[in-house]
Ligand binder design. Sequence first.
Ligand code: ZN
Ligand code: ZN
Length: 252
Amino acid sequence: MGKIKRQYRVISVHQTFNGQLKVNWKREYKKEFLCPQCNEPRIKFHIHQKTLCRVSWCCASCQLTGSLTQRVPAYIFRYRSDLECPNPNCQEIGNDGQKGWIYQIGKKGKLFTCRFCGVGFIPNSSHPSSWHSRQNQQKLSAFKFDEDTWDLRHFYENTTNRKRLNFHDIKPDWYKFQVKKYIQFQINSQSSAESILHFLSYFRQFGAIIQQKSIGSITKINREVILQFIDSIRTQASTTIYKKVHALKQFF
Ligand SMILES: [Zn+2]
Ligand SMILES: [Zn+2]
């Protein structure tokens, strides 16, 4: 007489934009994951009703455990770095140096809000009373290199929703000056508005390391600083790292 074996169906449930995704871990898992602690492929999955996706994992080698998913707030997973807050009174700076922190709300995908000031708006709405139309009517004042916000309309006729380059949080001052010079050079060399925005976000990240290490001039940036930058972005896709390091190479 064989033992009666209870059949557990270890199925995780994930909410996606196109309904629910169910993964049967007994059937579909082919040892693709390594334990983040000991790097062994000995991850076991089991039912855990209290977690969001109902499955958690445990490493048979080092006993590390974890959940398959973590709750991510809407302002993170629906974040739109290409949009700026249209509210003229909102002065806070978002993660990528843009004005405000915009994310999508509502199911139809048209309505957006700002995490900082809570304004709701429809981007590109042509209704005369909409934020966008009013913003477009705002006059463009003369370009000043010393200002910490550069309006992209000075350099590009048809830009997307993002209209400003923001240097506020790029520190220290000597570095900000170099970054501005470099950005100006790139604009004059016909780089696209999108690449300029990318460059600026890379330099913002690099600036955080310069500040952390209290580096006082461009000549003090050595191999160690660059390596630390690469290390800080190591979790990102290799093409992204390549782009960032390439941008830095051009800078120096
Ligand atoms: Zn382990
Ligand atoms: Zn705002």
